[in-house]
Design a protein around this ligand. Structure first.
Ligand code: GUN
Length: 297
């Protein structure tokens, strides 16, 4: 049976390290601030936002959630982002996606100050990532890389196969892991809806990352014996036997995959907690950048 890669425990280690950094920042008069904006009442988004705000408060980050009604106009949201861009107590901000149809996500993301873009979604930060410059890296890919390194599955020299090319996970992860850097330097294959025979590639993976967004599509027989499997999926499936009427499964069929893999990240308790830990890490980075520049300038 595969070893379980305990994202919750690794995330806790990271949070403990961040607590120390936050203490140091506070002792020099710098209180990290994070504002999370949510528009509308999408239940999954509400849960994610609550987890982000709670985790940041636990670490002593000055954290605020701003919830706007589903009918909020793009102009109103742009005004709010502008206000937060100009608020020196807010070092990091994010607007939870997806946004309602009347709002163009790209317009909003482009309006966030790149120095406060702790999601790493602004085109300037995406460009810096491609150029291998220091930047805010999107939290989920950063969490996956950190989880691999900290569980002694360094991607260096390995064949990493990523299934899913989203702007938030698959594409930035492919770019990061292919770079000639510590904790990267992998041979990367990026599979997507245009890939003819996905299992032809997944069977060659030393490390397989499933970021498809569909329940249990990666089965055990699609893996190489001894592969390391990272499951990014969070999918609700009907389960009348459960009190809530549904259960959460990943993009990987855990039962068959865990028989074949050397190690596997579970859902929940795998990538999810790592994403949040990296958001906190990016917030601390934004605060220390800001406080360092304001004390010298
Ligand atoms: N929606 C799903 N994942 C994310 C994320 O990482 N950041 C934001 N802002 N919205 C999301």
């Amino acid at each position: 049976m595969a070893k379980i890669i305990d994202g919750k425990q690794i995330a806790q280690e990271i949070k403990d390290e961040l607590k120390e950094k936050i203490k140091e920042l506070k002792s020099s008069g710098c209180v990290p601030g994070l504002t999370v904006v949510i528009v509308g009442e999408d239940p999954a988004s509400q849960i994610y936002v609550r987890m982000k705000t709670k985790a940041s408060q636990e670490l002593g980050i000055n954290s605020e959630t701003i919830a706007l009604p589903a009918g909020t106009s793009q102009t109103r949201l742009l005004e709010l982002v502008d206000k937060l861009n100009n608020d020196d107590s807010v070092h990091g901000m994010l607007v939870q996606l997806p946004l309602p149809d009347q709002i163009d996500e790209d317009v909003i993301i482009n309006s966030i100050s790149p120095e406060k873009d702790v999601d790493g979604f602004h085109p300037l930060n995406r460009g810096r990532l491609v150029a291998a410059e220091d930047t805010f890296v999107p939290c989920t890919p950063l969490g996956i890389q950190e989880m691999l390194i900290r569980s002694n599955f360094d991607p260096n020299g390995k064949h990493v196969v990523i299934v899913g090319r989203s702007k938030i996970v698959g594409m930035p992860l492919a770019i990061m892991l292919a770079q000639k850097k510590a904790g990267a330097n992998a041979t990367v294959t990026l599979c997507h809806t245009g890939t003819k025979d996905i299992s032809h590639f997944t069977k060659q993976a030393d490390i397989l990352v499933a970021a498809v967004g569909r329940p249990e599509v990666i089965k055990g027989d699609m893996l190489k014996e001894g592969a390391v499997v990272i499951d990014v999926g969070v999918n609700r499936v009907n389960a009348p036997e459960m009190e809530k009427g549904y259960r959460i499964v990943g993009d990987v069929e855990f039962e068959s995959a865990s028989k074949r893999a050397a190690a596997i990240s579970p859902v929940p308790g795998g990538v999810g907690p790592m994403t949040i830990a990296m958001l906190l890490s990016n917030t601390v980075k934004a605060a220390s950048n800001f406080c360092a520049s304001s004390s010298t300038g």
